[in-house]
Design a protein around this ligand. Structure first.
Ligand SMILES: C[S@@+](CC[C@H](N)C(=O)[O-])C[C@H]1O[C@@H](n2cnc3c(N)ncnc32)[C@H](O)[C@@H]1O
Length: 367
């Protein structure tokens, strides 16, 4: 047996997605026909938990591109010497497969994608539906230019636009399907207005609370949209939907024993529940499993931090940690529902998260 490590291949990656049940027979053909490497530029970064690391050398590049990992293709909106935050990428293939599965396209349907990025998803949609039915909008002109080139070189000519995908595409008319490949803080009603009644919207939603989740909405005859959350999803945000860092926290810290291990808060179901009960509360965390530290803050200057096995520290007005614990006990009383039991309704007045049934809206807790 040779000791040389095997460089992963694209067919092996597609096989892995198929083995995981993420591709129908039709999508399998489509993925086979569209190599991911044609849509990834030479200079890329690997996303690590706390930073992006440049990928050096052909073998490392191929290994990343043919693995089920996101490939970062732009930092800091293209600015030199920025903090190194990923702002464009070729998404994780299993996430792409999941989203396209949820989109449930049929022959002849028109699709709008928000966030062309590298053009890979557009190419998959072109291969599935034909160029003329695929529309994709990208905000960043440099990224848009690169993806237009990559698509043309691979033989695909979808309708491309450089602009803000949060705004309606002038003259587009109604589409059957809309897929956002950048995370939304809320689903803009203007987006729904572009989708025909009965049409489907698939998007990653990232709320103030730590988690991101996929949502699959169906547009109703009255223009509202309703549908379930469908598992976790970490995507870079739509540019105008970027979340602020933690809020400034006021006052001296007060400590007390924790009534709850903060590790229990890092659950997608709880994130959806707490995001609806405590709107505007921001939660970030470090670590996973055994040793977790979380920080929570709110615009009024309230804050708290807690680490597994340590005391809790609270700051500013009120008792934010007590509110978090209270919300956890409410979640437990509900039977700790998992993320798939939650859903979202979007109307011209905003969006509401519900549990088990659209009539069971989760209302904000009284502060
Ligand atoms: C994860 S990447 C998209 C991946 C892409 N679908 C692919 O196949 O490579 C997210 C993209 O959304 C773009 N974006 C961010 N805000 C946007 C907006 N308001 N309108 C359109 N595109 C936006 C970013 O510039 C970035 O290229």
């Amino acid at each position: 047996m040779s000791g040389a490590p095997q460089v992963p291949t694209y067919p092996a990656l597609v096989q892995e997605l198929a083995d995981r049940g993420l591709l129908t027979a039709r999508w399998r053909q489509v993925f086979d026909a569209v190599p991911r490497s044609r849509f990834v530029p030479a200079d890329v970064w690997r996303q690590l938990p706390d930073r992006c690391e440049p990928v050096v050398g052909t073998d490392a590049w191929l290994a990343l591109v043919n693995s089920d990992e996101p490939v970062v293709t732009q930092l800091d909106d293209g600015a030199e010497d920025g903090p190194g935050i990923a702002t464009s990428s070729n998404s994780m293939p299993s996430m792409v497969a999941r989203m396209l599965g949820l989109l449930d396209v049929e022959d002849g349907q028109r699709v709008l994608e928000i966030g062309t990025g590298t053009g890979y998803v557009s190419a998959l949609l072109c291969e599935r539906l034909g160029d003329d039915l695929v529309h994709s909008v990208e905000l960043d002109p440099v990224v848009a230019h690169q993806s237009a080139d990559a698509l043309a070189q691979a033989g695909y000519r979808p309708h491309l636009r450089v602009g803000d995908g949060e705004q309606p595409w002038p003259g587009l008319g109604l589409v059957d399907r809309l897929i956002a490949t950048c995370a939304l803080r809320y689903v803009p009603y203007a987006l729904l207005r572009q989708v025909r009644p009965g049409g489907i919207v698939v998007a990653p939603l990232a709320r103030e609370f730590w988690s991101g989740a996929l949502v699959r909405l169906q547009v109703q005859a009255n223009g509202t949209a309703v549908g379930p959350f469908c598992g976790g999803a970490t995507y870079m945000p739509m540019r105008a939907h970027r979340l602020p860092d933690l809020h400034d926290v006021h006052g001296k810290g007060r400590s007390r024993a924790a009534g709850l291990d903060p590790a229990r808060l890092l659950d997608l179901g709880f994130a959806l529940f707490a995001g609806a009960r405590l709107p505007g509360v921001r939660l970030i965390h470090k670590g996973a499993g055994e040793g977790v530290q979380v920080w929570v803050t709110r615009e009024d200057g309230a804050g708290a931090t807690a680490a597994t096995g340590e005391e809790v520290w609270q700051y500013g007005p009120g008792f934010l940690w007590e509110e978090i614990e209270q919300t956890w006990w409410e979640y437990e009383t509900e039977g700790r529902p998992d993320a798939e039991q939650f859903g979202l309704t979007v109307t011209d007045r905003g969006q509401q998260v519900w549990l088990r049934d659209p009539s069971e809206v989760i209302r904000p807790a009284k502060a």
